[in-house]
Design a protein around this ligand. Structure first.
Ligand code: EPZ
Length: 417
């Protein structure tokens, strides 16, 4: 296993590029199961989860070639089974369920286990697909789904679920008749998925609102589609500028998709300026202010930025409050930040972050993707050396992160643990 060794204390300065969005690319790649013509995707990030998805799609009969950020998918004879040994490494594999049922009328997908941040059930996915005519059995850890032909339905989610909305959106694109998704998730990645499907001939409207309407069509053709920039990676780099007291131009940073994060960083005392190339980020003054955040479905503050902004809060004046309302166990970065001198009190889904003057480098352990990013950010600011172990978590969602950060002044090297 690899670790990152970070010599902290250097203000980062320069231009840092943002890769294509992992959380847009994953559903869009799975949507290629719906296509009966080749499709080409550009601006695809070179990440572990992307390569896992490509392996899975190829096993399902959608041969994918990845080369230098471009993926070409050539459709072939589809198979209905997604094997456990791939699904268990990536929860997003459940996104092949809707497309396989829409194309084949059957699907066998290993029930994705929970993960570090929570149980992460898929009941909303199954309930919605049942309303469209599918039936499911659970056998030996596999979800076995069948349907004669999916038909449009009026579906209302119990809570806004990103994956649930994506699965149903893809299933409805080829179903008979109209589907309405109420209380749908509004994330920009869902808009990107809907825009891709419409570029292939789907008839979707309302994406980005909580009510999405889909008129099923009989087939979906090929296209060439560029994946949107990764707003969470971009937000992570905005925090990197603030936590190291440097100045970064975060290239292709999607300002509108990060509004809630930008407002909070400005309240903390960061100067964020929209430019034609992206967003210029630096501290407005010498110190950082405490703020309170509650994670919420989009357009609220994204749970995927909670660990990163908490690292910044560790160096703010006074006390910040963090409420994690989406996942039940997304504070694993807290104990590791405390090993670096942070002063944080946990109580259920809330964390009280008392600012300290300085963090100190230490050996720490990554536990999930965004917790890893939080520890890297803390290591960049800390006095001394930080060893972030188990960074395979980080490699799931950040493309070449040490190269990107070293290019703007960081001192990071990747070593064998
Ligand atoms: C997506 O996960 C993202 N993953 C997550 O990003 C992100 O944190 C999450 O959305 C919330 O924004 C991808 O896009 C690949 P949900 P997803 O369904 O779809 C509950 C990262 O770091 N729920 O919106 O799994 C669930 O337990 C990852 O990039 C049900 O109860 O999230 C959670 O509390 C981590 N039943 C809430 O809804 C269901 O059937 C939101 O989950 C589905 C979800």
């Amino acid at each position: 296993m690899d670790k990152l060794v970070i010599e902290g204390g250097v203000p980062l300065t320069g231009v840092i590029p943002v890769s294509g969005s992992k959380n847009a690319a994953l559903p869009i790649l799975f949507a290629s199961i719906l296509m009966d013509e080749p499709v080409t995707f550009t601006n695809v990030p070179d990440l572990r989860d992307i390569h896992t998805t490509i392996r899975l799609l190829t096993m399902l009969g959608c041969a994918c070639e990845f080369s230098n950020g471009t993926v070409v998918m050539t459709p072939g004879a589809l198979k209905p089974e997604a094997p456990y040994d791939l699904v268990r490494t990536m929860r997003a594999s459940v996104l092949c369920l809707g497309p396989l049922l829409a194309r084949l009328g059957e699907a066998t997908v290993a029930l994705p286990g929970g993960c570090a941040i929570g149980a992460r059930p898929v009941d909303q996915h199954l309930k919605g697909l049942e309303k469209m005519g599918a039936s499911f059995d659970l056998n030996a850890g596999n979800i076995i789904g069948r349907c004669r032909r999916l038909t449009g339905a009026h579906i209302s989610f119990d809570m806004p679920t990103v994956g649930g909305t994506e699965n149903l959106l893809m299933a409805a694109a080829l179903a008979d008749g109209e589907t309405i998704l109420e209380n749908a998730a509004r994330e920009p990645e869902i808009v990107d998925l809907a825009n891709f499907l419409n570029a292939c001939g789907a008839r979707i409207s309302g994406q980005g609102t909580s009510c999405i309407r889909i008129q099923g069509v009989s087939r979906l053709g090929g296209t060439t589609y560029a994946i949107m920039p990764d707003r969470i990676e971009a937000g992570t780099f905005l925090v990197a500028a603030g936590i190291t007291d440097g100045e970064l131009l975060v290239k292709d940073c999607p300002w509108d998709a990060l509004e809630a994060v930008i407002r909070k960083l400005q309240s903390m005392g960061m100067h964020l300026e929209r430019t034609p190339e992206g967003v210029l980020a630096r501290r407005a003054g010498r110190t950082l202010n405490a703020v309170d955040i509650q994670t919420r479905p989009y357009p609220g503050f994204p749970t995927d930025m909670q660990a990163q902004i908490m690292a910044l809060m560790c160096l703010a004046e006074d006390t910040s409050m963090v409420e994690e309302s989406i996942f039940e166990n997304r504070f694993m970065h807290v104990s590791e930040l405390m090993r670096m001198g942070a002063n944080i009190k946990l109580s259920g889904r809330s964390a009280m972050v008392h600012g300290v003057r300085q963090l100190t480098g230490a050996p720490v352990m990554a536990s999930d993707l965004r917790a890893s990013a939080s520890l890297v950010l803390a290591g960049l600011a800390a006095r001394g050396t930080t060893h972030v172990r188990r960074i395979y978590h980080l490699d799931r969602g950040y493309e070449n992160i040490e190269h990107k950060l070293n290019a703007v002044g960081a001192r990071i090297r990747r070593e064998q643990e």
